[in-house]
Write a new protein. Structure first.
Length: 454
């Protein structure tokens, strides 16, 4: 497998983008969290320092300046162990009591690096404030090294989390990309197999049902249709060669006879008429082929509208009653008048479908055959049925009866083209009609059921 294809794949790139977004988000959240924590810690330090100042202010107010100086001297070593510093200075800036020299005078809050005499372990960066207490300047502060330590710890944690999560995301992305690459390579191999001529090859579909599996399933449906189309095309080509050969041969022989009669001074009109008849039949075959092709390609002109199938069947049934009688057959009509038998479709195509079904029954059934045309509802669906008690189609051949140029062995001697039922199927598919061929015991029963209304 080409690893470069995995790294350049959409899944891996999407994972990389997601990892970058995660790192940026983690960085922003880390900065905001660090700022918030530092702010909160400084606020707590200020509260603690202000509480200490309040206690010392109370000592000065109650017991006087000497008590304040003594208190600062006594508590400074203890406060140092708690990372607190306390110093008392006079107006000239001289330190009178306490362990720390806070440096130049200042007002409000400030941050300074301090070194405590004899307390080197507690030296560091302090957050200080200066307030006047009587004639003195009281300085109190808290070591904020803990804030720097917290900041460094937070940074290390964020870096560790970012590194681990990046590694996890990249690993997941690589595995997902690799799995998709394997599926895509199998798809490519299958399509190459199909292109090489094996139309039975199909794309593998796993139980994961991911996007590639859904695409593969859809492509398999198209491959099945393509396979059926290729089989149909091959059989159609052979059938065309067989079925068009006879009228062409007849036309050629009739023309030869007409030429011979003309050269002999005889009347060639009968032979020319036969030739015209064969060529007209040939033209009808081509016209039917083109009509089927246009409908299958969606190029046939037509308007989808409400069509009263009962009225259409009654009109066509009345016409074919005469055709059936002339052929020594009988046609009966059955319509469920108590139902709405309207369907949505193209009136011209639906009329052609019924005509072909009736013509098929009349053409391929002997004298004395009874033909039935019926329209009714079955489970909310409008269904049309044409049945006869003729020779029918054998079970072994019924499956192929809707293919182009199919002709049962019993009908090979007739003048049919083998396109009548093929055109019926094409029109039925265009309208979403379920077409079924069944044994009528004896004879053939063709049922066309339209989609149920929504």
């Amino acid at each position: 497998m080409d690893r470069g294809s995995v790294f350049s794949g959409g899944s891996f790139r999407a994972t990389l983008y997601g990892t970058l977004v995660f790192i940026l988000t983690l960085a922003v959240v880390g900065v905001l969290a660090n700022h918030y924590i530092k702010t909160q810690l400084r606020a707590e330090i200020r509260m603690q320092v202000e509480a200490t100042i309040a206690d010392l202010q109370s000592i000065h107010d109650i017991d006087g300046p000497d008590a304040l100086m003594a208190a600062v001297a006594n508590i400074s070593p203890l406060y140092a162990r708690a990372h607190l510093v306390v110093a008392l200075r006079d107006a000239a800036g001289n330190t009178l009591s306490g362990l720390v020299d806070a440096g130049p005078g200042f007002e409000g809050w400030t941050t300074r690096q301090l070194a405590l005499p004899g307390q080197s372990d507690f030296a560091g960066l302090y957050y200080l404030t200066s307030v006047p207490v009587g004639d003195f300047e009281l300085i109190v502060g808290q070591n904020i090294g803990i804030i720097d330590s917290m900041e460094a710890t937070t940074l290390r944690v964020l870096l560790a989390v970012g590194a681990v999560m990046t590694l996890v995301f990249i690993t997941i992305g690589y595995r997902m990309g690799r799995a998709m690459q394997v599926k895509l390579e199998k798809m490519a191999d299958t399509l190459e197999t199909v292109a090489a001529g094996d139309t039975d090859a199909r794309l593998p579909v796993s139980a994961e049902n991911d996007q590639i599996d859904r695409v593969s399933r859809t492509m398999n449906l198209h491959l099945s249709r393509l396979s059926d189309l290729m089989v149909s095309t091959k059989s159609s080509a052979a059938a065309i060669a067989h079925d068009l050969k006879r009228p062409l041969a007849r036309s050629y022989l009739q023309l030869e006879r007409a030429i011979a009669k003309a050269e002999a001074g005889a009347d060639p009109l009968d032979d020319l008429e036969e030739t015209r008849h064969e060529l007209s039949r040939l033209s009808d075959i081509f016209e039917t082929i083109l009509r089927i092709a246009r409908i299958e390609a969606g190029q046939a002109e037509g308007v989808m509208q409400r069509v009263d199938l009962a009225e259409m069947a009654a009109d066509l049934g009345e016409t074919f009653e005469v055709v059936a009688e002339e052929s020594g057959q009988s046609l009966s009509l059955w319509i469920d008048r108590g139902q709405d038998l309207s369907v949505r479709g193209d009136a011209g195509m639906l009329s052609q479908m019924i005509v072909n079904l009736l013509q098929n029954a009349v053409s391929h059934c002997p004298k004395g055959t009874q033909i039935t045309l019926g329209v009714g509802r079955v489970n909310r669906r409008v269904c049309l049925e044409v049945a006869d008690n003729g020779p029918g189609i054998p079970d072994t051949e019924r499956e192929n009866a809707l293919l182009h140029f199919f002709r049962a062995d019993a009908s090979r001697s007739s003048d049919g083209t083998g396109l009548g039922l093929a055109l019926v199927k094409t029109i039925a598919d265009r309208h979403g009609v379920e077409l079924r061929l069944a044994d009528n015991g004896p004879g053939l029963r063709v049922t066309a059921c339209f989609p149920a209304p929504e």
